[in-house]
Design a protein around this ligand. Structure first.
Ligand code: SF4
Length: 330
């Protein structure tokens, strides 16, 4: 069952989303010898004009969800609805048209911006492929550069002439070119210095208000997610293990994994209580090819009970708009 995050009209609904990657062996035959369940039955919705933060360790499947939503890769099963329309299996022209509503901001703007293209051509590209004429493109590029805090004089320069923060502004301008309604930001500030991160996060928040945008904000840094999200989903080995209102989750996380992640986030005023309340996550993320049975977190959980290794917990109600998948809940 999807977990509604708020009563506001939803722009995006994902139901039972699954992405399995086959593991192939052999130079010639390429036999399938196993499967990585990168995303394993994930459901959520995002209300219009809001941000869902998706957090978890590297390899938990959060970036795969972002790529599935904008249809950079195909789903194995499940459904994606944008504004009530099923976009799960769109192809060709239909997918191309729908993509203008769904855009992506990448982690590393340097590798996502063509180094041989001028900024004006990079930002105009999504418009040109949709048949916008040259004059209208130039006008729109100037508007977009203004919108993201760059000057019109930057239009003739190349990506290498900019700082990391400026390059991310170019990536955001390009994402905005088609007037999208929903943007997936995949670790969009992870490669930036902390002070520049704050500038880009504030830009994204301002654009959300001004343009009515909705975001899926994928990040491993919980302090960054807290800054931009109204709702938060925590992932572990392909599944959402806690989801709900950001204030509730940060104030009283219900899942031991979320508790451990949050205990590692530095807090203002916590310096004198060195190490107080810090829960160290034991071990590494298990191999996603062969995940633990029952609760996948039981190999690292300080509260694990015998049933945890055999019974997989489903998301249960914790409080209004807050669900967690743990046998300690409910
Ligand atoms: Fe820990 Fe068991 Fe809860 Fe999993 S179900 S998080 S192992 S207590």
């Amino acid at each position: 069952m999807p977990h509604d995050l708020a009563p506001a009209p939803e722009i995006l609904r994902v139901e039972n989303l699954t992405k399995h990657f086959p593991i192939r062996r052999g130079a010639v035959l390429q036999r399938v010898t196993g499967t990585v369940k990168a995303v394993d039955g994930v459901s959520f919705s995002v209300p219009a004009g809001r941000t869902l933060g998706l957090v978890g360790e590297s390899g938990c499947g959060k970036s795969t969800i972002g790529r599935l939503l904008v249809r950079l890769i195909d789903v194995t099963s499940g459904s994606i609805h944008l504004d009530g329309a099923d976009i799960t299996h769109l192809k060709g022209e239909e997918l191309f048209r729908r993509r203008q509503d769904l855009q992506f901001v990448f982690q590393d703007p340097m590798s996502s911006l063509n180094p041989r293209m001028r900024v004006e051509d990079i930002v105009a590209e999504p418009l040109l492929v949709r048949g916008t004429d040259g004059v209208a493109c130039r006008t729109r590029v100037a508007e977009l550069l203004d919108l993201v805090g760059l000057s019109r004089g930057h239009a003739r320069r190349f990506p290498h002439e900019f700082s990391g923060g400026q390059r991310q502004r170019i990536g955001i301008a390009r994402a905005l070119a088609t007037n999208p309604r929903f943007i997936v930001c995949d670790e969009a500030v992870s490669a930036l210095d902390v002070s520049v991160q704050a500038q880009i996060l504030n830009l994204l928040k301002r654009l959300q208000v001004d343009l009515g945008l909705s975001y899926l904000f994928v990040a491993h840094d919980l302090s960054v997610v807290k800054h931009v999200s109204q709702e938060v989903a925590v992932m572990y080995l392909g599944r959402i293990i806690e989801i709900g209102d950001r204030r509730r989750i940060y104030a009283s996380p219900a899942h031991p994994y979320t508790q451990a992640l949050l205990s590692a986030v530095p807090r203002v005023g916590a310096v004198s209580r060195k190490g107080a309340g810090r829960q160290v996550l034991a071990g590494e993320l298990p191999d996603p090819i062969n995940p633990p049975g029952g609760c996948a977190f039981h190999t690292r959980c300080a509260h694990a009970m015998p049933r945890c290794s055999v019974e997989r917990p489903e998301l249960e109600h914790v409080s209004k708009g807050h669900h967690a998948a743990c046998h300690l809940v409910g």
